[in-house]
Design a protein. Structure first.
Length: 177
């Protein structure tokens, strides 16, 4: 059982220690230093110091893999038409709009297949040390001012932690035989 002194010790800290001795000179206090003066609304406020603040906006975009149902819906329109047996790669430039990317799927080796909103497919080749298997659950991308994903500039970050640059972008065009 704790002592009664343990309960009373916090109250002892609140009591004044006593008046200063008469032979000790008391220094004058600055205005606003007493508690009552601090609470007084008419007391002058100290000058405000302002600092420059810089706000930077950073936006991270997540590109998720397309579900199997969505891919089936895309292929449903081609049910009555002959399906392509292979795809050919064609040049499309160095950049692709981030807003146009609807999903991603891992390809073979170091390639990702980007599904665009206008139903195109784009093959994105990763740098040499990266594998597409690391991007099985999509990737994160930091949005630039131009809103584009470009080769040799932007880094893709997989949800598993890999950071990779793109080396090449090509459009996949179906070839019917």
């Amino acid at each position: 059982m704790p002592s009664i002194f343990a309960y009373l010790a916090p109250f002892a800290l609140l009591l004044p220690l006593g008046a200063p001795p008469a032979d000790v000179p008391v220094e004058p206090q600055a205005p606003g230093s007493t508690f009552r003066e601090l609470l007084d609304a008419s007391a002058p406020l100290p000058p405000q110091i302002s600092y420059q603040v810089r706000i930077e906006r950073r936006v991270t975009v997540r590109i998720a893999p397309r579900s199997a149902a969505e891919r089936q819906n895309l292929m449903a329109e081609f049910a009555e038409v002959q399906r392509p047996t292979r795809y050919e790669e064609r040049k499309i430039g160095k950049c692709v709009s981030i807003d146009e990317i609807a999903g991603v799927q891992t390809g073979s080796g170091d390639r990702l297949v980007l599904f665009m909103r206008d139903r195109r497919m784009v093959s994105a080749r990763l740098e040499k040390s990266c594998r597409s298997k690391d991007f099985y659950s999509g990737f994160y991308l930091e949005r630039n001012r131009d809103g584009k994903l470009c080769i040799d500039r932007d880094k893709l970050q997989s949800r598993a932690g890999a950071n990779c640059e793109l080396n090449r972008l090509r459009e996949l065009v179906p070839v019917y035989e």
